[in-house]
Design a protein around this ligand. Structure first.
Ligand SMILES: *[C@@H]1O[C@H](CO)[C@@H](O)[C@H](O)[C@H]1NC(C)=O
Ligand SMILES: *[C@@H]1O[C@H](CO)[C@@H](O)[C@H](O)[C@H]1NC(C)=O
Ligand SMILES: *[C@@H]1O[C@H](CO)[C@@H](O)[C@H](O)[C@H]1NC(C)=O
Ligand SMILES: *[C@@H]1O[C@H](CO)[C@@H](O)[C@H](O)[C@H]1NC(C)=O
Ligand SMILES: *[C@@H]1O[C@H](CO)[C@@H](O)[C@H](O)[C@H]1NC(C)=O
Length: 266
């Protein structure tokens, strides 16, 4: 009986000993890496890069992104020693909300991924948060009678493609939830007018012989914040009408002179 008690005591002692030392001996206790600080999403026209603070010293970073719809963490930028990561290709479902965590880890066969420390970042919804880049112009031309000016805007492109491989523009992604506003004025006046379009073409009525100056802004009407892009540069039409007349006159003059020259030569 005494022998049994003795053995039991010994067993308990061993368990206790192991609890103290074996537990301390597991790698989990030694993993003491600093974690990422100030995790920031930088996203323009759906190209999205994560940036954070904390240069890695004795470890590397791995980024994990989770679409809240399916809840599956996906790894990106495995074992990097930089503090930025392009995660654009994990955010194709632009209407989803994404979570991010950045793991501080080292390559190891023994240690399980779950044991490394990580930092959570803010969540991100591309449809509501990507910044719309400053638009620019493809072309602008008066019609023949100089009564209309047709302005064609260069749609900003996204990093994504349709199934047929055609590149999606930012306007393709927002569909009808996208609008350009053209701000225009006569070149010699300050009175400004606005015109709107949900395509990339805007036609305005013009007065014969007048030059016009204009710039454009893209807006996502459904948004509460980051609704508008920065304004494009301002463009001014040269006084196309008078320039053309000047050109015509000099051509006629040249033709007249050559005719006289030819007449004398022949
Ligand atoms: C890594 O370095 C940091 C200081 O830069 C230190 O606090 C930490 O204990 C180190 N971790 C390991 C596992 O060596
Ligand atoms: C956080 O990161 C942003 C962008 O990288 C930077 O502008 C800002 O100064 C940082 N904030 C702190 C507290 O370090
Ligand atoms: C960072 O990683 C690159 C490539 O993996 C490696 O060549 C470089 O030496 C590393 N730099 C540091 C400071 O560890
Ligand atoms: C994204 O959401 C907006 C409004 O919430 C909706 O109008 C649009 O159709 C959605 N786009 C996709 C691709 O699901
Ligand atoms: C590709 O598909 C998109 C959307 O379905 C369509 O607008 C575009 O014209 C197509 N491009 C080609 C080259 O077929």
């Amino acid at each position: 009986m005494a022998g049994f008690m003795h053995r039991m005591f010994y067993l308990h002692f061993l368990i206790l000993l192991c609890a103290v030392f074996c537990w301390q001996g597991t790698p989990a206790q030694e993993i003491n890496f600093p974690t990422a600080k100030n995790i920031t999403w930088k996203s323009t026209n759906f190209k999205t890069i994560l940036e954070w603070d904390g240069k890695p010293t004795n470890f590397t970073y791995t980024v994990e992104i989770r679409n809240q719809f399916d809840g599956i963490w996906k790894r990106k930028c495995n074992y990097i020693n930089k503090t930025e990561c392009d995660v654009t290709d994990l955010l194709k479902d632009v209407n989803a909300t994404y979570d991010v965590r950045i793991i501080s880890e080292v390559r190891s066969d023994e240690i399980l991924t779950e044991e490394f420390p990580y930092a959570d970042g803010p969540s991100f919804k591309p449809y509501e948060q990507t910044i719309i880049g400053r638009p620019s112009f493809e072309s602008y031309d008066f019609n023949e009678g100089h009564t209309q000016l047709k302005i064609v805007i260069k749609d900003p492109i996204s990093p994504y493609r349709f199934e047929n491989k055609t590149i999606k523009t930012v306007r393709d992604i927002f569909g009808t939830d996208f609008r350009y506003t053209l701000f225009y004025r006569k070149a010699d006046s300050t009175g400004r007018k606005e015109a709107y379009s949900s395509t990339n073409e805007i036609v305005i009525s013009t007065s014969k012989g007048e030059g016009y100056c204009f710039f454009v802004r893209a807006t996502i009407p459904s948004r509460k914040t980051e609704r508008s892009s920065q304004d494009s540069d301002e463009k001014c039409t040269s006084s196309v009408g008078s320039a053309a007349r000047g050109f015509a006159a000099s051509t006629v003059y040249l033709y007249f002179c050559s005719s006289i020259l030819l007449f004398w030569l022949l």
